[in-house]
Structures are given as structure tokens and as C-alpha cells.
Design a protein around this ligand. Structure first.
Ligand code: CO
Length: 184
């Protein structure tokens, strides 16, 4: 089971590395690791289990955040009623295209690897077309928009060595392009 003490925090160089692509078939060890990342998200979104194990709630977790510099990330994105908007594990994801129009979360972003609150809008493409592989090696091409697209962008950023605050405008953290969608 992945616990908070397994999560690498900002300042560790692994978070700034470009993660290595994986080759198929994945090893049993890598599949197990992928499923453990997803299980962390499931547990962290269950108030009782999260409380018991002191898990901070997350909607995405990338392998470098658990100290492994490989191209793998789990996503479990619920809406505000608890319905699942997106759930899968990305292996070797690639953004094929993105909208010019940006979106951001009204409350900014957080990250399991960043302990302090960093205020400011985090503009990202509102729409993404992504190709990735499942842990069984099935190729998928998907289109995401709004909140799930933001989560996917955040996780793919991790695989490229970027953290959410890199995208905050340093001088004017709450200034946005006119047509940016603010999601609340
Ligand atoms: Co993060």
C-alpha cells in the first residue's frame, strides 16, 4: 500500500526528471505498481480509509511522485457528486493536440508532492487529445475537456519534470487571458 511517507516531495530531483518510457509487455512488478497507484487514489477519496491511513485526497498520481522515473500515471477524477468522470492508468501518454483556449480551476491546484498551498491560477489547455497505453498495452486515443483535461495535463506534466506552480504567472498569479474558462 502506498502511504503519504512514500510520496516524494518537492525538492527531490526525481520530480524534475523526464520520466522514461516503458516497453510492453510490462513486468508484473510494474503492473502491480500501477495498480497500487490507482489504489492510493481510490483509498484517498474514501473518507474513512483516508482518515485511518492519513492519506491526502488525490485525483491523480504519477510514478515519479512515488520515486520511480517511468512514464506511468493513475487518474481517478470524480465530479462533485462522486460520479467518476475519468478513471484509467496512463502508460507512455502523449498529447497529440490541445486547444488554444485555456481553462483553470477557480481554487488553483494542489499536488501530493507539494506540501504548501501555492495561490494562483494554473492555466492549461481546456481540451486535450491524448494517446496512451493501458497497463495491458492497449493503445487508446481519447479527448478530454475541462476538469479531467486539467488533471491529465497535471499528471503528464509530472512525467516531463514539471510542477503545477511552474504554470502560475509569477508577477500576476490571478491574471488570465480573456477567454480562459474558470472552472469552479
Ligand atoms: Co501533482
Amino acid at each position: 500500500m502506498i502511504l503519504m511517507h512514500d510520496i516524494v516531495r518537492d525538492g527531490d530531483p526525481v520530480l524534475r526528471q523526464v520520466a522514461k518510457p516503458l516497453t510492453f509487455p510490462l513486468s508484473d512488478e510494474d503492473k502491480k505498481f500501477a495498480n497500487e497507484m490507482m489504489q492510493y487514489l481510490i483509498d484517498s477519496q474514501d473518507p474513512k480509509i483516508a482518515q485511518k491511513h492519513q492519506l491526502r485526497a488525490g485525483v491523480g498520481l504519477a510514478a515519479p511522485q512515488v520515486g520511480r522515473s517511468i512514464q506511468m500515471a493513475a487518474l481517478l477524477v470524480p465530479d462533485d457528486k462522486g460520479n467518476i468522470l475519468f478513471k484509467d492508468i496512463f502508460v507512455n501518454p502523449k498529447i497529440l493536440s490541445e486547444s488554444v483556449r485555456k481553462a483553470c480551476l477557480a481554487e488553483g491546484e494542489g499536488c501530493l508532492s507539494v506540501d504548501k498551498d501555492i495561490e494562483g491560477y494554473v492555466p492549461r489547455p481546456d481540451k486535450l487529445k491524448i494517446r496512451y497505453y493501458t497497463i495491458d498495452g492497449e493503445e487508446k486515443t481519447i479527448r478530454l475537456k475541462d476538469y479531467p483535461a486539467i488533471v491529465a495535463s497535471h499528471e503528464i506534466d509530472h512525467l516531463n519534470g514539471h510542477l503545477f506552480y511552474d504554470r502560475i504567472n509569477k508577477e500576476n498569479p490571478f491574471t488570465l487571458a480573456e477567454d480562459t474558462i474558470v472552472i469552479s
